[in-house]
Design a protein around this ligand. Structure first.
Ligand SMILES: Cc1cc2nc3c(=O)[nH]c(=O)nc-3n(C[C@H](O)[C@H](O)[C@H](O)COP(=O)(O)OP(=O)(O)OC[C@H]3O[C@@H](n4cnc5c(N)ncnc54)[C@H](O)[C@@H]3O)c2cc1C
Length: 378
C-alpha cells in the first residue's frame, strides 16, 4: 500500500514514524525546501495522553525525555499594572514533575526526522491539490508539475490544507486576534533582567484586550508573544512597519505604553524580525462525510487558536493513532470520528479561552481560571 502524507509538521512526521515502526514506508511531501529552511521556534508542553502517548507509539520516549524540560512548567502571571497574580514552581521530583514538560519544537521535529529514513521526507514538494482516481486511490499534484499516485492520502498540511477540499468546503475563519512573536537571543548573558523575569518557564501579563507573554526555550532564547484584539487588516491598517523591526518594536511599545517598564524591557531586549500573524480557526465541532482513501489530521482537520495549548498535542496523537489503524487494517472512518470527538472540547476550550484572555478585565478572569484549574476555592 502506497501512503502519501501531505505535510511534514509534527502530525505528519509522527504518522510517518509510527508507520515505520510497523515496517510501512510512507512518502511525506513537505513544502519547505529543507530541514533548515524555516526556523520553527517555540516550546510545546506535551500532554500525557496526546503528545507523550504518540511518542511512545513512535518508540521515541527515551529521546523525548532527553530533550524535555520539566522545569519549563514554572510560570508567573501578572496583570498589566504589574501585580503578581500567581506563581507556580515545578516540583523537583516525582511523577507530577512529568505532567506537561516543555520541549522545543525544533528538537521534537529533529527527534522525529532523525528516526525516519532519509528518503521518507521529500523536501520542496508543495502539494497544490489532489484528485480521486476511484477505488479510494488519489493523485497528488505537486507545484513543479509532478504527480504522485497513492492508495491512501493523509492531509497533514496544516491550516491552509490543500487536501481538506476533498472532504469539506469549510475554511478557517479569523478569530479577531493577531499575535506577534519577537525573540530575545542569548537571554541569560545579554539580558539578565528579562531572563530573571521569565525564570525557567513562562511569564504572562494580562491587560484589557491585550496580552504580553514570554517563554524560555532550551536554546538560550526567550520567545516574546504579544496578542491583541483587532480587525483582520490591522497589520497594514495600523501603519506599523513590521518589515523594519526596530521601528516595529517601538510602535508596539506605544500600544503597551501604560504597562510596567520592566515588562516592556522584554520588547526592548528582542532583536531580529517581528513576526505578525492572524489567529484563525475552523468551526468548533466541524464534521464531514468520510471518503475512501483519504483523511485529515492535526490543524488540517481541526485548526484552533493556541489558547488551549492543544493543537500540536492533538496533531501528534492523530498521526500516531491513524498510523496504528492503517498498520492494522482498521476502520479509518471510526478513527476520524474519534479524532473529531477528541478535538471538539479542546477547540471549544481554545475559543472560550481566547475570548476570556482578550476581554476587558481579563486579568481577574484568568486568575480565577487558574484557581479553578488547580482545584482551589476562589
Ligand atoms: C503561537 C503558537 C503557539 C502554540 N503553542 C502550542 C502549544 O503550546 N501546545 C500545542 O499543543 N500547540 C500549540 N500551538 C499549535 C500548534 O503549533 C499546531 O496545532 C501544530 O503545529 C499542528 O501541527 P500539524 O502537523 O497539524 O500542522 P503544522 O505544524 O502546520 O505542519 C504542517 C506542515 O505542512 C507543510 N505544508 C503546508 N502546506 C503544504 C503544502 N501545500 N504542501 C506540502 N506541505 C505543506 C508545512 O510546511 C508544515 O511543515 C501553537 C500555535 C501557535 C501559532
Amino acid at each position: 500500500m502506497r501512503i502519501v502524507i501531505a505535510g511534514g509538521g509534527l502530525g505528519g512526521l509522527t504518522c510517518a514514524r509510527v508507520l515505520r515502526a510497523h515496517d510501512i514506508d510512507a512518502v511525506v511531501c513537505e513544502r519547505d525546501a529543507s530541514r533548515e529552511a524555516r526556523v520553527q521556534g517555540g516550546t510545546l508542553d506535551l500532554t500525557v495522553d496526546e503528545g507523550q502517548w504518540a511518542l511512545r507509539q513512535a518508540g521515541l520516549e527515551a529521546g523525548y525525555r532527553a530533550i524535555a524540560r520539566p522545569e519549563g512548567q514554572d510560570m508567573v502571571l501578572y496583570d498589566s499594572a504589574g501585580t503578581l497574580l500567581r506563581r507556580e514552581a515545578t516540583p523537583d521530583e516525582g511523577e507530577e514533575r512529568w505532567g506537561r514538560p516543555e520541549a522545543d519544537r525544533p528538537a521534537l521535529r529533529k527527534l522525529l526526522l532523525d528516526a525516519l529514513p532519509e528518503e521518507t521526507v521529500r523536501w520542496g514538494h508543495a502539494v497544490t491539490r489532489a484528485e480521486p482516481l476511484g477505488d479510494g486511490r488519489h493523485r497528488v499534484h505537486l507545484s513543479g508539475g509532478e504527480t504522485l499516485d497513492c492508495d491512501f492520502l493523509v492531509g497533514a498540511d496544516g491550516a491552509r490544507s490543500r487536501i481538506r477540499p476533498l472532504l469539506t468546503d469549510t475554511e478557517p475563519a479569523y478569530c479577531g486576534v493577531h499575535g506577534m512573536e519577537l525573540v530575545i537571543h542569548d537571554a541569560d548573558r545579554a539580558h539578565p533582567a528579562a531572563s530573571a523575569l521569565v525564570g525557567r518557564g513562562s511569564f504572562s501579563a494580562i491587560g484589557n484586550q491585550q496580552t504580553l507573554s514570554a517563554q524560555r526555550n532550551g536554546d538560550g532564547t526567550i520567545r516574546v508573544h504579544l496578542a491583541l484584539r483587532c480587525d483582520e487588516d490591522w497589520p497594514s491598517a495600523s501603519g506599523i512597519p513590521f518589515d523594519q523591526p526596530d521601528r516595529a518594536r517601538a510602535a508596539l511599545k506605544e500600544l503597551y505604553a501604560a504597562w510596567p517598564a520592566e515588562f516592556l524591557a522584554l520588547v526592548d531586549a528582542a532583536s531580529g524580525p517581528v513576526l505578525v500573524y492572524p489567529l484563525n480557526a475552523l468551526p468548533v465541532g466541524l464534521r464531514w462525510d468520510a471518503a475512501p482513501g483519504v483523511t485529515l489530521i492535526g490543524d488540517a482537520a481541526h485548526l484552533m487558536s493556541p489558547f488551549a495549548g492543544q493543537g500540536a498535542n492533538l496533531a501528534m496523537r492523530d498521526g500516531a493513532e491513524l498510523a496504528l489503524v492503517l498498520a492494522e487494517g482498521g476502520d479509518v472512518r471510526k478513527f476520524e470520528q474519534a479524532m473529531l470527538e477528541r478535538a471538539e472540547p479542546a477547540a471549544r476550550m481554545s475559543a472560550d479561552n481566547l475570548e476570556l484572555f482578550l476581554s476587558d478585565g481579563a486579568a481577574e478572569k484568568v486568575r480565577h481560571l487558574f484557581a479553578k484549574m488547580f482545584g482551589e476555592e476562589d
